[in-house]
Design a protein around this ligand. Structure first.
Ligand code: ADP
Length: 591
């Protein structure tokens, strides 16, 4: 199994994700601050009550076992527990709201990422980002509100400590540099542990989602045993990350308790000296320790919050990188003319590569005439499908321009451009839902049944749909898995024709259809879209020889373009294709 990172490429550089850009994530959606402010205020009240409880504890320790002291102590303890519960409920509610909003934001971002970005990443990595990673987002805000009360509590308990014994408190201050070092080290460990845990979780999600969806092929190739081994590697990565996390958590606890114990040692060391010199009563160390326990407790809280911050930064790294990535603004740019008349599509020195260092299309200059049928042919990998994607602005060319009439498609509104195009591939994704839902996908508002049926008729799909017990209401299952390949393809064609596009791009659209359906659909398409521009990528020369204009690509270069007779004369690739499919291409041949 190739080892991939979350960006889907094995040799890709790690993208930086600083604390600044991590925190900037929280400015992108509304935070229910009121819940957190309320929770923080409760925290402050809680701290005040805790201080009072400490005073009661000291009195009880001194043997003041009066009813009023014991009842006061008990009441304060119960009240504190109730306040703490309320504080937790408020912040839990706020957390869920944040998760909801952050998840929606990320989903929106994924949908608006440029296609090239989406394809660079594994779909399952994106799924994992939106399902797992983003759920961590809320912990930082919860932490922030808790930090308010912890800072308050820390300051307050330090003050109490100082008031109780200023000299001993000053000795304790000697430990500050050590505490700062503790925060730094524990924070780094937490960041790394959480990053590893989430990366390995996502590796597992990627692996299992890809390989479980391919269960049919695994069985057909009897690869179960190999797959178990491969799966173990993904599982193992998570196992190692969990072990690291488990050990490092204990290391963190050790660091923290060592620091607290040092506080106790300093108290005992200097406190006993002060008692000996008569500068503190005999119970002084005990009383001082009671106040010091509060200081340590709030310090531990602050450390936990800091761990949450650095840990969440590690866990949310992938989400952050996605959020900081490029985004398409569908309604930005110039308006296209409102006319439904089609225009020539002009490619002017267009070059493009998925990786710009390895261009797939080289300096293409050719015009696709409007209102005609243009066929694109070429060997596998010569760039035909890529060209169709460029025409709709799904990828921007690396250099050169594509013009729709006068308009450079790079500067028009992507949503308007794409609305003009219909695009049918060899295998088209369908979504779970009814047949009607799928045919009307992309249509705005209610679509009358007659219109749906008309689109289905054009796509030669009405007969099989009507034969189903529930007709257009039939549920087609996830990805249309309850239908045959040919039925799925006809639904996809109906869906595209339903939108009545001005430019229709067909990429091997008939490859999964039987000959009758293929011919019927193509005839229907020609009739119903008369006067529109149709571009077909096909290997079957029957659909090519009838085209008005033919473009021959050869390894991403334009070999020739023209009508059938011209290509017979000047394109060896074209003649070769015809020959292979049994056409006579001899001198003066009429195909
Ligand atoms: P054709 O349609 O002529 O068979 P394509 O346009 O599909 O060719 O592919 C042209 C080249 O681009 C091939 O080398 C292919 O490997 C590469 N390619 C196609 N799609 C992608 C993609 N999404 N990411 C990276 N490379 C791709």
């Amino acid at each position: 199994m190739m080892k991939r990172n979350r960006t889907g490429a094995s040799k890709q550089k790690k993208v930086k994700f600083s604390m600044g850009s991590f925190l900037a994530f929280y400015t992108r959606f509304p935070i229910p601050w009121w819940l957190y402010i309320l929770s923080a205020l409760l925290g402050v009240v809680y701290t005040e009550l805790l201080m009072r409880t400490a005073a009661f504890t000291i009195r009880i320790n001194k043997g003041e076992l009066y009813n009023s002291v014991i009842i006061g102590y008990a009441l304060l303890t119960v009240l504190n527990a109730a306040l703490s519960m309320l504080q937790n409920v408020l912040s839990a509610y706020g957390s869920e709201k944040i998760t909801l909003r952050a998840r929606k934001l990320l989903w929106n971002k994924i949908l608006h990422m440029p296609l090239r970005e989406v394809e660079r990443r594994q779909p399952s990595a994106l799924i994992s980002g939106v399902v797992n990673d983003v759920a961590e987002a809320s912990s930082v805000i919860t932490m922030l509100s808790l930090t308010v009360s912890s800072v308050y509590g820390f300051g307050r308990s330090c003050l109490e400590l100082y008031r109780f014994n200023a000299t001993l408190t000053c000795y304790i201050l000697l430990l500050i540099p050590l505490n700062l070092l503790l925060f730094y080290v524990v924070g780094r460990i937490q960041h790394r542990s959480m990053r590893l845990r989430f990366e390995s979780l996502n590796t597992m999600t990627e692996f299992f989602s890809e390989h479980i969806s391919a269960a049919k092929h695994v069985k057909a190739h009897a690869m179960e045993d190999r797959e178990v081994e491969e799966g173990l590697r993904a599982i193992n990565e998570r196992y190692k990350a969990d072990i690291y996390y488990g050990i490092m958590s204990q290391v963190q606890v050790l660091f923290n308790s060592t620091c607290s114990n040092l506080g106790t040692v300093v108290t005992a060391l200097f406190g006993s000296d002060m008692i000996r010199r008569g500068r503190m009563p005999d119970t002084g160390i005990n009383d001082f320790s009671t106040y010091l326990t509060n200081v340590e407790r709030y310090k531990a809280e602050l450390l936990t919050h800091y761990q949450t911050l650095t840990g969440t930064q590690g866990a949310m790294r992938y989400v952050g990188v996605l959020m900081n990535g490029p985004q398409e603004v569908l309604d930005s740019g110039y308006d296209l003319p409102e006319t439904r008349e089609t225009a020539d599509i002009v490619l002017d020195h267009v070059s493009f590569g998925y990786d710009p260092e390895f261009p797939v299309l080289h300096d293409l200059s050719v015009t696709i005439p409007h209102g005609k049928i243009t066929a694109i042919i070429g060997n596998n990998g010569s760039g035909k499908s890529t060209l169709l994607k460029l025409l709709q602005g799904l990828y921007p060319p690396d250099s050169g321009r594509i013009l729709l009439g006068e308009a450079d498609i790079a500067s028009v509104k992507p949503e308007q451009l794409r609305a003009k195009f219909g695009y049918i591939l060899q295998n088209n994704p369908l979504l779970s839902g009814s047949i009607r839902d799928n045919i009307t996908y992309g249509m705005k508002g209610e679509v009358p049944q007659e219109a749906v049926a008309a689109a289905a008729r054009l796509a030669d799909a009405d007969e099989f749909i009507n034969a189903l017990p529930q007709g257009y209401d039939t549920d087609i299952g996830e990805g249309g898995k309850l239908l045959s390949g040919g039925q799925r393809q006809r639904l996809a064609i109906a869906r595209t024709l339903m939108r009545n596009p001005d430019y229709l791009l067909m990429d091997e659209a008939g490859a999964s259809l039987d000959h009758k359906s293929d011919t019927t659909i193509f005839r229907n398409v020609r009739e119903s879209l008369k006067g529109r521009t149709i571009v077909v990528v096909a290997h079957d020369m029957r659909s090519v020889v009838d085209a008005d204009y033919i473009i021959v690509l050869n390894h991403g270069d334009l070999e020739a373009a023209g009508a059938h007779e011209q290509l017979l004369a000047n394109s060896p690739t074209y003649r070769g294709y015809l020959e292979k499919q049994g056409y006579d291409v001899g001198e003066g041949a009429q195909v």
